[in-house]
Design a protein around this ligand. Structure first.
Ligand code: ADP
Ligand code: MG
Length: 856
């Protein structure tokens, strides 16, 4: 085995070539044929197969073959969409950050987890995912969450020499470890192969979709049965009756719905990723769209997480440090530089983060706040580094402090509330100064020291709390972390979009309030709460939090969880950020758990639904925008598709109402041609509609996919108009051809009239595709160029229409022929009729809404 110095990059590259990347073997892919088979044997497909079989039995081979073609075309299409969606999801997973710290060439370097090889030495600290099977070389208070391997959720303590398995999480302590097995050789790989068959539980969206599918399918079958009986009653041959009922069933079944929804979600996820928001499951796209409350932390999300220590207060007075970023140069003034330097050195000793020169620029390596302590020590003393501690008690959000032992000294730094109480004596001015600094928006850190008496043996194994007592306060350090420049605008946008934003932070209430004021988050009166003082009763808590601009400070992970629950019980859909080891439960409990891609822990990322690649608050709002847009797209193509169903069903209704005396305007095969021929591409293109400018100007709505608005629009406005033109055209052509008698066997005339009706429906849908682009404005107010796909889809739709009419064999199969010129002219009216109806509906609704707004 290699020593703790790690490998050289040349060795590592060589080993990587031999062993392959440190990745779990992708589970044996289900064969394409198997998946395709699945697409042809689900519920709808089985229904259609039955119909085909019955058609054969009833001696209608043409119909049977046509239905089979439909099943196959539909299945292939669904398969392609699913593949695209899965491909997109896999690509997103590849974007998740996966860097680890490894010793290479004698230096600590960031290495992608997939590039680790056996013999690498990695540095692990609390919150990290163990990147491969490793043996711990050093371990300080290490505990590992192995629940993903064993199901046991209590962390397992580990000491030097113990093994830790890849895929588990270090939830406490820190240490160095040598990689013992990678990729397919890890223990997790063996188990993953076993469990890959486990199906994840259904999400709300898939449940809702299943509900829609079940309801529509049941409706289709029910109506079909009624028609079958009705046609028998009016004296039809059972064979004809059967034909009609199949038509009704096929017309009503939304064959293309599910795969189109999946694909829309995948495209929404891709758009989010291009704006730095990474969803870890597709359904989160939909949940984001209905988010109503954002609980965000402060550091890094609202602020830049570029810490700069600007003030040090000691017994000798206050000094001010003016320097740029993490560069060592600075201008120092004030009294007590010597004592301040002492405090700074102590703070650096208790810190692991460092400032480093990288490509001519000084950057934070590790925690930015700790890097700022390093810089401060440099600026005040000129020293580049200090002694290496023999023992550390790393930062823990529950203790809110950390310490380290060097020689006989214990150095501690942390939140003043937790450090001052363990100090021997705290002079009055210190508390006053603390308030002054916090009120200026500075993050204040208290630094203390204790000379440990006795033999090292007694305190080398003691717990932190035993040692951190009777300390000597060295000083207060004030750090500046400026707000992100655009965060004020984003908060305004969020407000316009009806979202409520609360700051949930571990920082001091005065610091948090000052920053909240600077970015325009708080209103008047201000609501600044403290975690420990939150009301016990969940209902009271919910009522207190349910307003815009609340600040909750000094919050613990458990309190975060309570906040999420309290808001949810008031009907909110909550997005909650988190970065720490203990934030997992709150992130999982929230509807949308949000983790950071840059800072933050692997543990938090694992529990999150959304990962912000840039840690920026604005990315949450952008993701919500994309989520809403995606939801709107699903609505768009549902509206489009269902309108067609009305036009398809109407001929059957008229036929039944006339007691079978009025001929059918559309046959079963024409309906299938509409559903999977002309309709498919525009529906897809509507699913790709870019977000409207106004997506974030409306309040959030938690809506069912099939809500009242959609039902009114489809079944009372667009559908009836399209059907009316269809039937008018059909009757006009019949009348023009001299059709008078009931069941007149003038087949050519019927076919021409049917062709005209078909044309009217396709042209009506063509206009409908554009009408569905917006729920509020008529299509001519939208740019053409913003959805090119739709223009192409509509052109394809027209081409398919042409083929269905003028390719003699295809037209004959569908049971239609090219309509006469006057029929064609009349059919052309379908497009303007649909647009006109849509425009009137939208104007009336717009006016109604405005008067309602004014009366409020
Ligand atoms: P935030 O919500 O601002 O990210 P945290 O929960 O990270 O707050 O930190 C809470 C408090 O703990 C901070 O205000 C600070 O006083 C203290 N703290 C944070 N990080 C460290 C650290 N590395 N060392 C010592 N104290 C820390
Ligand atoms: Mg933090």
């Amino acid at each position: 085995m290699r020593t703790a110095e790690g490998l050289s990059s040349a060795e590592a590259a060589q080993l990587l070539k031999q062993a392959g990347p440190n990745q779990l073997p992708t589970e044996k892919p289900v064969s394409q044929w198997r998946k395709l088979w699945g697409e042809m044997t689900h519920f709808f497909a089985l229904m259609l197969w039955c119909a085909a079989a019955l058609a054969f039995i009833a001696d209608m081979p043409q119909l049977a073959v046509a239905i089979i073609v439909v099943v196959i075309v539909n299945g292939v299409f669904a398969h392609i969409q699913q593949e695209r969606a899965q491909h997109a999801a896999a690509k997103l997973r590849g974007l998740l950050p996966a860097d680890v710290l490894a010793r290479r060439d004698g230096k600590v370097r960031k290495v992608h987890a997939s590039e680790l090889v056996v013999g690498d030495v990695v540095l692990l600290s609390a919150g990290d995912r163990v990147p491969a099977d490793v043996v711990l070389l050093t371990a300080q208070a290490c505990a590992v969450d192995e629940s993903m391997l064993t199901g046991e959720s209590d962390p397992v303590p580990k000491t030097a020499g113990d093994q830790a398995w890849g895929g588990t999480f270090l939830v406490n302590g820190y240490g160095e470890a040598a990689v013992a097995a990678t990729g397919a050789k890890t223990r997790l790989a063996g188990i993953a192969a076993l469990t890959s068959a486990a199906v994840p539980p259904p999400t709300p969206l898939s449940l809702e979709l299943r509900r829609i599918v079940r309801v529509t399918a049941g409706m289709a079958l029910g109506i079909a049965a009624v028609f079958f009986l009705a046609s028998l009653l009016v004296g039809f041959q059972w064979r004809d009756s059967f034909l009609f009922s199949i038509g009704v069933a096929v017309a009503l079944v939304p064959e293309g719905l599910l795969p189109t929804v999946t694909l829309s979600l995948a495209m929404g996820a891709q758009r989010m990723a291009s704006r730095n928001g990474l969803v870890r499951n597709l359904e989160a796209v939909e949940t984001l769209g209905s988010t109503t409350f954002i609980c965000t932390d402060k550091t890094g999300t609202l602020t830049q997480n570029r810490m700069n220590a600007v003030e040090v207060f000691t017994a000798d007075g206050a000094i001010h440090v003016a320097g740029d970023g993490y560069a060592p140069e600075a201008h120092i003034e004030g009294r007590g530089v010597e004592k301040a330097a002492q405090a700074a050195l102590a703070a650096r000793t208790a810190s692991q983060g460092r400032a480093e020169l990288h490509d001519g620029q000084w950057r934070a390596q590790g925690d930015p706040m700790e890097a700022a302590m390093d810089v401060l020590a440099r600026r005040l003393t000129g020293t580049v580094s200090g002694p290496v501690p023999s023992r550390r008690f790393p930062f823990d959000p529950a203790r809110r402090r950390e310490s380290a032992i060097v020689g006989q000294d214990l150095f501690c730094k942390g939140a003043p509330e937790t450090v001052l109480p363990v100090c021997e004596s705290v002079p009055g001015p210190v508390r006053d100064q603390l308030d002054v600094m916090a009120n200026r928006g500075l993050r204040v850190i208290a630094v203390a020291r204790r000379r440990l008496g006795g033999a090292p043996g007694t305190w080398q194994s003691a717990a932190a709390a035993e040692l951190e007592t009777g300390m000597e306060l060295l000083g207060l350090i004030g750090l500046q972390d400026p707000p992100r420049p655009d965060v004020g605008d984003v908060i305004r946008t969020a407000r316009q979009a009806g979202l409520r934003v609360a700051m949930i932070t571990g920082d001091h209430p005065a610091t948090a309030a000052a920053i909240a004021r600077q970015i325009g988050l708080t209103g008047t009166p201000e609501y600044v709460l403290e975690g420990a003082a939150l009301p016990e009763d969940d209902q009271v808590l919910g009522a207190l939090l349910d307003r815009d601009g609340v600040v909750v400070s000094r919050v613990s992970p458990e309190q975060k969880l309570r906040v999420a629950r309290a808001l949810q019980s008031r009907g909110h859909v909550v997005a909650m950020t988190g970065d720490g080891v203990n934030d997992g439960p709150a992130l999982r409990e929230a509807d949308i758990g949000v983790a950071m891609g840059l800072s933050g822990t692997d543990v938090a990322r694992e529990a999150a639904d959304l990962v912000l690649l840039d840690d920026h608050f604005g990315t949450i709002v952008a993701a919500i925008e994309q989520g809403r847009a995606t939801y709107a797209n699903i609505h768009r193509f549902l509206t489009y598709h269902l309108t067609d169903n009305v036009a398809e069903l109407t001929p059957f209704v008229i036929w039944a109402l006339s007691g079978g005396h009025f001929p059918l305007a559309l046959g079963v095969l024409q309906i299938l041609a509409l559903d999977i021929g002309t309709d498919l591409l525009p529906a897809l293109a509507l699913g790709a509609e870019p977000p409207g400018r106004r997506v974030l100007t409306r309040p959030p709505e938690r809506r069912h996919l099939m809500d009242r608005r959609l039902i009114i629009r489809v079944f009372c406005i667009l559908g009836p108009v399209e059907a009316a033109v269809e039937m008018a055209v059909f009757s006009a052509v019949l009348a023009g051809g001299g059709w008078t008698r009931v069941r007149d066997p003038q087949v050519p005339l019927l076919m021409a009239a049917s062709g005209a009706a078909f044309t009217a429906v396709v042209l009506g849908q063509l206009a409908n595709a554009f009408a569905c682009r917006s729920a509020t404005v008529p299509p001519w107010k939208l740019g053409w160029g913003t959805n090119r796909l739709l223009v192409w889809a509509v052109l394809a739709e027209a081409a398919i229409l042409g083929a269905c009419l003028y390719l003699p064999s295809l037209a004959a199969l569908l049971g239609q022929s090219p309509p006469p010129p006057e029929g064609l002219l009349l059919a052309l009216l379908a497009a303007p009729a649909v647009l006109l109806a849509d425009w009137i509906h939208k104007s009336v609704r717009g006016r109604l809404r405005r008067t309602k707004d004014q009366s409020l």
